[in-house]
Design a binder for this molecule. Structure first.
Ligand code: ZN
Length: 177
């Protein structure tokens, strides 16, 4: 991610920009890999497991699902820590996005697959669900893991907050798909 203040200034309506010409530059994309707890932190196995649930977008640990509440607590700590690192350190993670433009589209993990009741489809998750959100001055930039730069890539969006950048990115990516 280039931290080029000039570029941002030239694009005052930055919220939903994407470069159509860049759509043709897709041949040599290099997809960065997600890093897991094993590469990023040292903690007990339950904390590591919770951390990886955030990284892989498999949802927040639900207290009611755990017989052993201390296991849930440790996983929750790991999950929250990964989220904090995603916000503050720009680590790559998976976010569950809509798979289509339908308002009722809401994919979730079921039986090891990401499914969507609105589309009725299985394995609806996409490569572009793997993202990084990086701070750029006062703005946040959300981009896919094969993002190269603002000129040659189209898979990015800015926002005033972490959440807004992710939501603007979703609009951009759904418009492109
Ligand atoms: Zn859907």
């Amino acid at each position: 991610m280039p931290h080029n203040a000039q570029l941002i200034k030239h694009k005052p309506n930055y919220k939903l920009i994407y470069n159509k010409s860049a759509m043709y530059c897709t041949n040599f994309k290099i997809m960065e890999k997600l890093k897991t707890a094993q590469e990023l932190i040292k903690a007990n196995p339950n904390v590591m497991s919770g951390f990886n649930q955030f990284i892989h977008g498999s949802g927040e640990p639900k207290r009611g699902d755990y017989g052993d509440k201390s296991q849930w607590y440790a996983e929750q700590q790991g999950y929250d820590y990964a989220k904090k690192m995603a916000k503050e350190n720009g680590i790559a993670f998976t976010h569950i996005f809509k798979c289509g433009k339908s308002e009722s589209c809401f994919p979730f993990m079921y039986g090891g697959f990401m499914v969507c009741n609105a589309c009725g489809n299985k394995s609806v998750d996409k490569d572009w669900w793997k993202i990084k959100v990086e701070k750029d001055g006062n703005a946040f930039c959300c981009h896919g893991l094969d993002f190269k730069d603002l000129q040659s890539s189209n898979n990015y969006a800015f926002g005033d907050t972490f959440e807004e950048a992710i939501s603007n990115y979703e609009s951009v990516m759904l418009a492109l798909s």
